[in-house]
Design a protein around this ligand. Structure first.
Ligand SMILES: Nc1nc(=O)c2c([nH]1)NC[C@@H]1CN(c3ccc(C(=O)N[C@@H](CCC(=O)O)C(=O)O)cc3)C=[N+]21
Length: 280
């Protein structure tokens, strides 16, 4: 038996279609939606995401400015740029890519993004409101995890979910989104003792660590649902997840692929957030 593939492509297309229509209406009303993507890294995973955002934005009729400050940018220079973009009335969404140069941290810098433009939900107000259950943009990747599960009819109420990874853009926010859907959530990380024992007890495993092939069959209970958030570039220019798909597919009940799983949904949601920000 091999796991059902939980594709993100159809869901991403549906979100994009809706977003394109909203973008066209905004443009017709003289308010063309515009997203600024701030980059200060040579990281290949971020480069994949930026290319994906730029390509999808163009197709959806959203302007997308990639502001590359270089991998040597200082925290001060990044903060200044975020403040400028926050003050620019023609820009509706601002995202700062991770990773960042040494001495710069997303949790510090995201406070320079105006709350209304924080389309990747990285700032303290967005995150605080997310935890409180108040309206705010959720980090697109975290939202994509829940969206792909719901799209495939997986009801989360009462399920045990193990989230592997505690980053600001995925692990922490996704834990709260899952909790809001009445899942029982365990957040695991590099210091977790006996990680395979914890993940094997879960009905759903969300892998968001950034280490290719970390999650093998021994981490997964037979029939469990596995969501692979990893986007690890390979030597030959491809992309692989945190899940060793070949071994896990023999044990899991369902598995999101990389590419074609959480990634396309993430990009689509970021653009949806941008048109919603422009519509306000
Ligand atoms: N503040 C911040 N938020 C992030 O969400 C964030 C980040 N920084 N830094 C970099 C990583 C990486 N990441 C990806 C998202 C989608 C694809 C993606 O769309 N991948 C496609 C393949 C690429 C394509 O087809 O163009 C797929 O999985 O099918 C890749 C990588 C988000 N990240």
């Amino acid at each position: 038996m091999t796991a059902t593939v939980l594709s993100g492509r159809d869901l991403a297309s549906a979100i994009r279609a809706e977003t394109s229509a909203e973008a066209a209406a905004l443009t017709a009303a003289g308010r063309p939606p515009r997203l600024a993507v701030v980059v200060a890294t040579a990281d290949e995973s971020a480069a994949w995401y930026v290319r994906s955002i730029a390509r999808s934005a163009e197709k959806a009729g959203i302007s997308c400015d990639v502001v590359d400050l270089g991998a040597d940018a200082t925290a001060g220079a990044i903060r200044e740029r975020l403040s400028e973009l926050s003050a620019d009335d023609t820009v509706h969404g601002v995202i700062l890519q991770t990773p960042l140069p040494a001495g710069a941290a997303l949790e510090d810098l995201a406070s320079a993004i105006a709350f209304e433009k924080d389309v990747d939900g990285a700032g303290p107000l967005s995150l605080g409101r997310l935890v409180a259950g108040l309206p705010a943009f959720a980090p697109a990747t975290a939202e994509a995890v829940v969206a792909i599960l719901e799209h495939h009819g997986i009801a989360l109420t009462g399920l045990r979910v193990a989230v592997v990874g505690r980053s600001l853009v995925v692990g922490k926010p996704v834990a709260h989104l899952l909790l809001d859907r009445n899942a029982t959530v365990t957040v695991c990380h590099s210091r977790t003792v006996d990680l395979p024992a914890v993940t094997s007890a879960a009905d759903v495993v969300v892998a968001a660590v950034g280490r290719a092939g970390l999650i093998t069959a021994e981490y997964v209970r037979r029939g469990a649902v596995v969501v692979d958030v990893g986007t690890n570039p390979t030597e030959d220019g491809g992309l692989v997840g945190d899940v060793d798909a070949a071994s896990v597919a023999e044990r899991a009940g369902a598995l999101t692929p990389v590419p074609g799983g959480v990634g396309p949904v993430t990009t689509a949601l970021l653009l949806r957030h941008t048109v919603r920000a422009a519509a306000r």
